[in-house]
Design a protein around this ligand. Structure first.
Ligand SMILES: Cc1cc2nc3c(=O)[nH]c(=O)nc-3n(C[C@H](O)[C@H](O)[C@H](O)COP(=O)(O)O)c2cc1C
Length: 236
């Protein structure tokens, strides 16, 4: 087999290996080095306009894990057993609206954009948020209304976090580590808990999605997916 075929084989094996792990082995821990590698693939993930509107919070604290377990039904069977538990926070309109201080600082400091270029880039982003994707509500006020008027903009940031989540799950699978994405929670209750824990920085962040990482207890059921030709359509 040539190098490319071997790589393709490895990647596909990882996709077959990955499954939504229902039960984690409490006695098996991911090494710091391996988890750092997984986190790095999240950090290097792409985001729309390169805004990186996320924070990845690794929750290893037993008390907070217990609170999350009692609040998020989807975490059942994953906490406290999972080796590592991750919250994907997304930035709210405070930081993601085209005229935010966060974006100016981000593009200047981390993307090293010259001022003139940045002004043009932000105008493009303004147009995108207002007209292309219609992410801004005319009724939005200074008060954050995460589940109402400010939802579209938050969901846009939230979508980006799922790219990091996907990449991290694939990276984990490539080195034999299991994972489970978790959306099974009441968004208001979880945000309230995380706000009380001081993790949302007074409205700068809100919870997008969570994930558990570790090692499986038992083998999964065979993978089921719709047929290739049902999922993929070619226009020639
Ligand atoms: C965004 C997202 C959220 C999910 N939330 C949960 C969850 O809260 N609890 C759970 O046990 N599985 C959860 N799952 C797992 C899915 O049910 C699972 O990925 C799907 O049924 C396909 O099975 P597979 O991942 O084993 O191939 C979630 C999956 C995704 C992508």
């Amino acid at each position: 087999m040539d190098e490319k075929s071997k790589l393709k084989d490895l990647v596909l094996q990882a996709f077959h290996f990955r499954h939504a792990t229902k039960e984690f082995d409490p006695n098996k821990k991911i090494s710091d080095e391996d988890f750092r590698f997984i986190l790095e693939t999240g950090r290097l993930s792409p985001s729309s306009f390169g805004t990186e509107p996320w924070r990845i919070v690794v929750v290893q604290n037993a008390e907070l894990r217990e609170k999350i377990k009692n609040t998020a039904w989807g975490a059942y069977g994953k906490l406290p057993e999972a080796s590592h538990f991750v919250l994907f926070l997304a930035r709210t309109k405070v930081d993601t609206k085209y005229d935010s201080d966060y974006l100016r600082n981000h593009f200047k400091t981390f993307k090293q954009m010259p001022d003139e270029h940045m002004e043009k880039y932000l105008s493009r982003l303004e147009e995108f948020q207002k007209s292309d994707f219609k992410l801004l509500s005319d009724e939005s006020t200074d008060k954050l209304d995460l589940l109402g008027k400010d939802r579209a903009l938050f969901d846009w940031a939230s979508k980006q976090t799922y790219i990091a989540l996907g990449n991290m799950m694939t990276a984990a699978a490539l080195i034999g580590i299991d994972s489970c994405p978790i959306e099974g929670f009441n968004i208001e209750k979880m945000n309230q808990l995380l706000e009380e824990e001081g993790l949302l920085e007074g409205g700068r962040f809100a919870l997008s999605v969570m994930a558990a990482f570790g090692y499986r207890v038992k083998d999964p059921n065979p993978k089921t997916r719709r047929p290739f030709d049902d999922v993929v359509k070619w226009i020639e």
